[in-house]
Design a protein around this ligand. Structure first.
Ligand code: ZN
Length: 160
């Protein structure tokens, strides 16, 4: 069976940046399972998955425009320390979920100084070219319930 819209595919992956540093990997975890064609994967990866079958292994380089976008300097801003309320030991590198224009966004603290807190609302992988090493493990039909929920049930997906 080949991967096409509304099929459930699971795959092992290693994600590296252009310097070869590992950003993420399924090693030691269940394979990632998802429904093809509903925008779960970044566009540049979803398009490469189309037509692949269990056992297929391939590498794909995805530029930021087809991944998490380019960095937007307008998303880097100074906010008041009070925004972080009771959080102690606030320091650069800490990440928080914030309600943004496009739903929940992750903001990263880049600097804490006397004026306040510099935060960066760019996705941590914005502006990063992604190199995927993929091995397709399984392809199957999605159940009606999975399609209704918009996510995979069972191994590699939701358990509920
Ligand atoms: Zn569900």
């Amino acid at each position: 069976m080949q991967i096409s819209k509304n099929k459930v595919a699971s795959f092992d992956y290693t994600l590296t940046d252009n310097e070869g540093a590992v950003i993420d990997s399924s090693q030691g975890h269940e394979p990632m399972a998802y429904i093809q064609g509903i925008g779960f994967l970044i566009p540049g990866l979803e398009s490469e998955m189309e037509g692949k079958a269990a056992g297929d292994a391939f590498q794909v380089k995805v530029e930021p425009e087809n991944a998490y976008g380019e960095r937007d300097s307008g998303l880097v801003k100074l906010v008041a320390r009070e925004m972080f309320g009771e959080i102690e030991n606030l320091e650069a590198g800490m990440q928080f979920e914030a309600e943004g224009e496009n739903g929940v966004e992750i903001v990263t603290v880049t600097e804490v100084n006397d004026d306040g807190v510099m935060v960066d609302g760019n996705h941590p992988l914005a502006g990063v070219t992604l190199n995927f090493d993929i091995k397709v493990v399984d392809v199957r039909e999605a159940s009606a319930e999975e399609l209704e929920h918009g996510h995979v049930h069972g191994p590699g997906g939701h358990h509920h």
